[in-house]
Design a protein around this ligand. Structure first.
Ligand code: SF4
Length: 294
């Protein structure tokens, strides 16, 4: 707490601009974001529990767009596939046993509506521990399964529609269907962040440290039974571009609940850059915004 008081005091002095260039300030900002998740949950007792800001659960690497600049690197999968539903459900269960609260619990791909078992996966989302549950789609597929609509209504799932140049017509149809079925939806219309090509940018350890603290990516990524620090680390490891190191992911399916809880807590408080940071532009001066894909 003394660090916060010192930072707040320094902010009011002529050193304010200088302060913003230090690592202490970056760490302070990162901690502020973590505390925000507890505030948003409205449950103060959770401040001692294990609260996760955002979790993305990847259920497929198949996508019907494959845009240039896809930060989740879908075009790099030579043999994209749907993840096994039982494995996805088991890993969501292990995660829910270990954590106390999720601010955002997101289902995504690729394109999640391509997965034939989406309704069974949604059925097992730990909604009782989540403030907001979302399915992110590119709106090129219009679902028609009444059981899928039923489970989305019961679980209070929000369908988040990303507007792309190619889905102008279908997204209106999707919105009409969701309205008719009383499923909540909204648009996600921000420009894309440029995470860069997944190649080694040859940064020094010092540059990587600085980059890590400036990176404001807070989403943890659940991919094939493992919880990764961020989605970039998850897909770079999964594609075999650069293997993650010990402590950069939690093997949920192999561990006991107590081990998972301990390791997730460590992952959330991580203060060292990841192996994947060298393959990413986030948190650097080169990182900016790009226009949406196809
Ligand atoms: S790889 Fe590093 S810089 Fe890139 S999003 Fe993850 S934590 Fe941030």
């Amino acid at each position: 707490m003394w660090q916060m008081k010192l930072i707040n005091k320094l902010k009011q002095t002529k050193f304010a601009a200088l302060l913003k260039k230090t690592i202490i300030y970056d760490v302070h900002k990162k901690n502020q974001r973590r505390r925000r998740a507890v505030r948003l949950s409205g449950n103060k007792s959770l401040s001692k529990g294990l609260v996760m800001d955002k979790v993305d659960v990847v259920i497929t690497t198949k996508c019907n767009l494959l845009c240039d600049g896809c930060s989740h690197l879908m075009p790099y999968y030579k043999n994209p596939s749907h993840l096994d539903k039982d494995r996805v459900i088991a890993s969501m269960g292990k995660l829910a046993e270990a954590a106390d609260w999720f601010d955002h619990f997101n289902i995504l791909g690729g394109e999640p509506f391509l997965h034939p078992d989406l309704k069974y996966i949604i059925e097992e989302i730990p909604t009782e521990k989540s403030r907001l549950v979302q399915v992110l789609t590119n709106a090129l597929i219009i679902p028609s399964d009444p059981e899928l609509f039923d489970v989305m209504r019961r679980k209070d799932v929000h369908v988040v529609i990303s507007p792309y140049p190619s889905n102008e017509k279908t997204r209106e149809r999707l919105v009409a269907v969701l309205e008719k079925e009383h499923v909540a939806w909204n648009y996600y219309d921000r420009p894309w962040t440029d995470y860069g090509e997944p190649r080694d940018y040859h940064r020094s350890p010092r540059e990587c440290k600085r980059q890590f603290f400036q990176c404001d990516e807070v989403c943890k990524n659940l991919l094939d039974g493992k919880l990764y620090y961020c989605f970039r680390c998850a897909h770079i490891s999964d594609l075999g571009i650069c293997q993650h190191r010990k402590g950069e992911a939690v093997d949920l399916l192999k561990n006991t609940t107590a081990q998972n809880r301990k390791q997730i807590r460590r992952l959330m408080r991580r203060h060292k850059p990841l192996a994947a940071c060298r393959y990413c532009l986030m948190g650097t001066e080169q990182n900016g915004y790009i226009s949406r894909g196809k």
